[in-house]
Design a protein around this ligand. Sequence first.
Ligand code: SAM
Length: 339
Amino acid sequence: MSESEQEFQDRVEKLCEDIFGFLFPSALRTAIRLDVPDHLAKGPRTAAELAELNGANAAYLERVLRYLATRNVFREDEAGRFHMTPEAELFRSDAQPSLRDFALVAAHEVVLGAAARLYDGVVKGKTVFEDVHGVGLFEYMSGNPEFAQSFDKGMSAFSDTENPVIAASYEFPAGATVVDVGGGRGGLLRSVLEQHEGVKGILLDRDHVVAGHMLDVPELAGRWEAVGGDFLESVPAGGDYYVIKHVLHNWSEEDGLRILDACRRAMAEGGRILVVDAVIPRDNAFHPGKTQDLMMMPIVDGQELTKEGFQALFAKAGFKLTRIIDTPSHSSIVEGITE
Ligand SMILES: C[S@@+](CC[C@H](N)C(=O)[O-])C[C@H]1O[C@@H](n2cnc3c(N)ncnc32)[C@H](O)[C@@H]1O
């Protein structure tokens, strides 16, 4: 049966929505920067009432909110008042966990400017971040503390949504020392220590990131250390488990091997490597890891890997892949032992 005119129109309109998909992150970031979720959390308001509170242009703001309501972020009633929705709740500054900081950095001009040049990266087989901003992502952050802070908070916010279920997906035995390599502000390590009695932890990240860590809570006293350093050079020695979560996908294979090598040299005898990342399935189905993989392309030289990709990377680094443990999040735990 041939396609009806209506079906054709529907298909075109759906594709056009995807073509305009770049507008959603910008509209969301605008609403968050104008504190709309926090204001609406106190009760429904019209765009004019919101504009009184945040200084925006009421007519422009109304158009942004009307569009976001088509994506279930906010709901407009017949009197023109906007309400919170379960999706909007996730963007409140006091939500636990909150996607606010993640949405803010994902649509930051620094990221979108590079993403607009995806074509150049695909032709060159290399990230365009350096072409656009003059230096690589992490060096850029060293010279731009405002963006660096936004990036670190965004990563931490995203991680908070999955850290507890990842920590619960692996049996860390009492007495073990877990080193979180590039562990950000320590969200995963905190979940590991909270959920596994008698385990000790060491957080390693860059100095300015470790400075803002979240491990200093009375319940975990005496069970952790926070260390500033460079994982391309060395990582703290003597650990039983070296967790590397959402780090390898930021680096070229050469640098990824340097990080794995630093872990292999540092680990106690019988130690294990636990890479936590998406494992990309070979199918046509939606998988958040496929989107995340594309997100890496304009900003860093890393990528998400398939199971075979992890096996090959581990072999080059002197590890044998022993298990892939799925978790309730889209990230899996890829476990390896030294060969
Ligand atoms: C994408 S974030 C992942 C953070 C954390 N593991 C998580 O899952 O939320 C990558 C981390 O690597 C850290 N990093 C980048 N270069 C580093 C280096 N040379 N040495 C140590 N940490 C580094 C960053 O500061 C950042 O916290």
